[in-house]
Ligand binder design. Structure first.
Ligand code: PHB
Length: 392
């Protein structure tokens, strides 16, 4: 009896040791990405696009990189920074993620920044667009865009295209203020005049009363920044108030004509001219392939938020390859700095100094192509760095 028990004990100890060893090996071979995006609330379309694009990329490229199994842990913060902070903390401390990623709005990217610094892990910003975000932590890398990248360019374009009076409507938080300041600086320096300036709340904005003020100011055009997801509602109210009939054209960064929603906006949006980093109509082979695969998988059109997610996961994959599978934050960050590749949006790179994205900005006009509404690109500004940083 004694002998038999002893044998059993030895056998189970050996088994336990084997299980532990393989468990430990397995934990080491897993590379975890904590993806924090809004999947509910007003910004839910951003989360959905990013989640879709990451899943598509992983289907196309497999889920093993440099011998490690990639695991994405998706968390919904509803774009509320208190949630972002709590979720980032849980992901870093409990799940021991190697990277945090996503961040649908600027306050969410800000909220996670001190945690990325403390945890010494990369924070890959795939959506938010306020210039200063990358300065909030040396561990932040961005694959989205900055508002000054596009708003300076549309400011210059307005001056050169005979627009003299502009009314502005911007979402009242950091990226809206960035967009407004950049546009205003270029437009007024070129002799343009701002005749009306309104700021609308980020949450559930009712544009109607503001649109009446815009109409009364009789501008040549209105400069609009609303975050991804709000363009459809904005254009509906713009048409209902008859601003299209009054000949007040919409100009701005391209968030308002996001491809994700554009096709449902109706003819009032025709002729809107925006500067932006991505169009579903971008005429490259890489983009055609991307749009076709996304449509096939999700029966919808990818917008710029999908591309930010697709490039963000690519950056993480390539950094892990380049580091030879070293998954500590400093090795990953070193690998990310200076990385360059072809995105569906065109050629992009990560500025090694600022960790911000360098990319083409295109001027586009909404046109009907084969019965569908598209942002058709007609001018390209190559390799644009964030002008918000160049000024400092
Ligand atoms: C942001 O909060 O930084 C943000 C969100 C959506 C956009 C642009 C900027 O389309």
């Amino acid at each position: 009896m004694f002998v038999r028990n002893k044998t059993l004990t030895l056998a189970s100890a050996a088994l336990a040791a084997a299980a532990l060893a393989s468990g430990a090996a397995r934990a080491e071979d897993v590379f975890k990405i904590g993806l924090i995006v809004p999947m509910t609330g007003g910004q839910a379309s951003t989360g959905k696009q990013i989640d879709n694009a990451i899943k598509l990329y992983m289907q196309q490229n497999g889920d093993t990189v440099a011998g490690k199994k990639i695991q994405v842990i998706l968390k919904d913060d509803a774009a509320l920074p208190d949630n972002t902070k709590r979720l980032a903390q849980e992901l870093i401390v409990n799940d021991k993620v190697n990277v945090i990623a996503g961040f649908g709005v600027t306050p969410a990217a800000f909220a996670a920044a001190p945690l990325a610094t403390q945890g010494k892990i990369p924070e890959v910003v795939m959506a938010a667009g306020t210039s200063i975000i990358t300065e909030k932590s040396p561990y932040i890398v961005r694959t989205s865009f900055t508002l000054p990248q596009s708003s300076t360019i549309i400011g210059d374009w307005a001056v050169k295209n005979g627009i003299k009076k502009v009314a502005t409507l911007t979402s009242d938080y950091a990226p809206g203020n960035d967009a407004l300041a950049s546009f205003k600086e270029r437009f007024t320096a070129g002799g343009g005049e701002i005749v009306e300036e309104v700021k609308v709340p980020l949450q559930n904005p009712d544009f109607a009363p503001f649109l009446q003020r815009m109409k009364d100011a009789k501008p040549d055009a209105m400069f609009v920044f609303v975050p991804a997801g709000q363009g459809g509602n904005f254009m509906k109210q713009y048409a209902e108030r008859g601003l299209d009939k009054s000949g007040i054209k919409v100009i701005g960064p391209g968030d308002v004509t996001d491809d994700d929603l554009l096709n449902d906006m109706g003819d009032a949006v025709l002729g809107a001219v925006t500067a932006h980093i991505y169009s579903a109509a971008h005429p490259s082979a890489k983009n055609k392939e991307f749009v076709a695969a996304y449509k096939k998988a999700y029966n919808s059109r990818p917008g710029f938020m999908a591309v930010g997610g697709y490039d963000g996961i690519h950056l993480i994959y390539e950094a892990l390859k380049k580091s030879g599978g070293k998954s500590d934050g400093d090795s990953l960050l070193a690998a990310m700095k200076g990385m360059a590749w072809e995105s569906p949006r065109g050629p992009i790179s990560i500025d090694p100094e600022t960790r911000d994205i360098v990319q083409n900005v295109y001027i586009r006009k909404v046109e009907k192509v084969d019965g569908e509404l598209y942002n058709v690109e007609f001018q390209t500004f190559e390799a644009v760095k964030d002008p918000g940083k160049a000024k400092k």
